[in-house]
Design a protein around this ligand. Structure first.
Ligand code: MEV
Length: 400
């Protein structure tokens, strides 16, 4: 076992990896000249399985709160949200309340499928004309080969459903890309899809005469698009608040009009659309983190979808309805699972997932979309009303 001095002298990745947890803490304490307070914070870990993770040093505690009573497709749910911004939980609760009066959030989740890709380069000129036909002709066999790699998923009714080969022109020459769609049932599917892509690789290479390089999930998962709609009550959206000794009063209809104008701004200005979408992701990512999802995958899917087949734009849309209330609609892919990954190793994530009462990824994605839209509408109400300095930062500042 290397001593702290050895590691300090060489500072190599390998040595850090070989250290015990106590040795890592001693090493970092010395190397970064940490205060006693920082050392105590690092040592305040909870011993769970993930403590064995690569180069583990300490857990970072982020507060997790509950948004009570979010009505999604007729069910009242409690939603856990993990975020370092306390105002995010308050905002989601307010948005959910404004939707509740008109039946809550109505959500449709497209599917629990994932998309995978296999990249083939160097297809000989003699085969380029019929490489696509060769893949299509052997589609059933390739699917059977892929599915052998994920027997548990296939036993649950999942597996590869279809293959779609396409040629693309790149700066390193033409490439054949085989896109495929796989049913992932209760899993998010990243691992299963990669296994399937790897499983098919040698047969695809044989059929095309090319060399297979990349074999991986696509994080732009249009198969998992969620559409969430709600009517936000104008009376609940009204604002009456004392700010800096002055009463700010905006009635419901005026507030609705202001929010629609903010929404229209995001439609045509990418600088605003990005921040608008960040507000939505405050909610979606907060739930994702709470229930042990891959937050980077959730974020990647959302922002990529915001620029799918169009210039980057807002993921949501608002307009005034005939009654003067605010109609909102969010459309975003939400790739999540209720088994696997962090859910297996993190007791808190499992407990938070249990709180949601979501039994499958469709229910979970629906809930996340509802919180995203609730968050979004509250952010816009705050921008249209008291502004971020009075509406959002005080809670944050109180905490820090
Ligand atoms: C801050 O975390 C999120 C907002 O900037 C979102 C928005 O501007 O719509 C308030």
């Amino acid at each position: 076992m290397p001593t702290v001095e050895d590691a300090m002298a060489e500072k190599t990745q390998d040595k850090f990896r070989e250290m015990s947890l106590q040795e890592r803490i001693d090493f970092i304490t010395k190397a970064a000249n940490l205060s006693e307070r920082s050392v105590q914070a690092l040592m305040n870990w909870t011993p769970v399985k993930t403590a064995e993770g690569e180069n583990f040093l300490a857990f970072m505690h982020i507060p997790g709160g509950i948004v009570p009573q979010v009505k999604v497709n007729g069910r009242e749910l409690f939603v856990p949200l993990v975020t370092e911004e306390p105002s995010v939980v308050a905002a989601a609760a307010r948005g959910a309340k404004a939707a509740e009066k008109h039946g809550g959030f109505r959500v449709v989740v497209r599917s629990t499928r994932a998309i995978g890709q296999v990249q083939v380069v160097g297809v000989p000129a003699s085969k380029t004309d019929d490489a696509i036909a060769a893949i299509k002709e052997k589609e059933k066999e390739l699917i059977a080969i892929a599915n052998r790699w994920t027997p548990h998923l296939v036993a649950e009714g999942g597996g590869v459903l279809s293959l779609t080969p396409k040629w693309i022109e790149t700066r390193t020459g033409p490439q054949l890309i085989v896109d495929f769609v796989a049913e992932c049932k209760d899993a998010m599917g990243a691992n299963a899809v990669s296994k399937m892509a790897e499983g098919m690789a040698s047969e695809i290479a044989r059929l095309t005469g090319g060399q297979v390089l990349g074999r991986i999930l696509s994080n732009l998962n249009i198969e998992r698009v969620v559409v969430c709609e709600a009517i936000f009550d104008k009376e609940i959206m009204a604002l009456e608040k004392e700010i800096d000794g002055k009463l700010v009063k905006i009635d419901g209809e005026a507030m609705v009009q202001r929010i629609v104008a903010l929404s229209a701004w995001a439609d045509v200005d990418q600088f605003r659309a990005t921040t608008h979408n960040k507000g939505i992701m405050n909610g979606i990512t907060g739930v994702a983190l709470a229930v042990g999802q891959d937050t980077r995958a959730v974020e990647a899917a959302a922002h990529s979808y915001a620029a799918f087949n169009r210039p980057y734009g807002p993921l949501s849309y608002f307009e005034k309805n005939a009654n003067g209330d605010l109609y909102g609609r969010l459309e975003v892919p939400i790739p999540v699972g209720v088994i696997g990954g962090t859910i297996n190793t993190n007791d808190v994530a499992r407990a938070f997932l249990a709180i949601t009462q979501c039994k499958d990824p469709k229910e979970l994605a629906a809930l996340m979309a509802a919180v995203g839209l609730a968050e979004n509408v509250s952010s816009l109400r705050m921008l249209a009303g008291e502004g971020i300095s009075s509406g959002h930062l005080p809670l944050h500042m109180k905490r820090v």
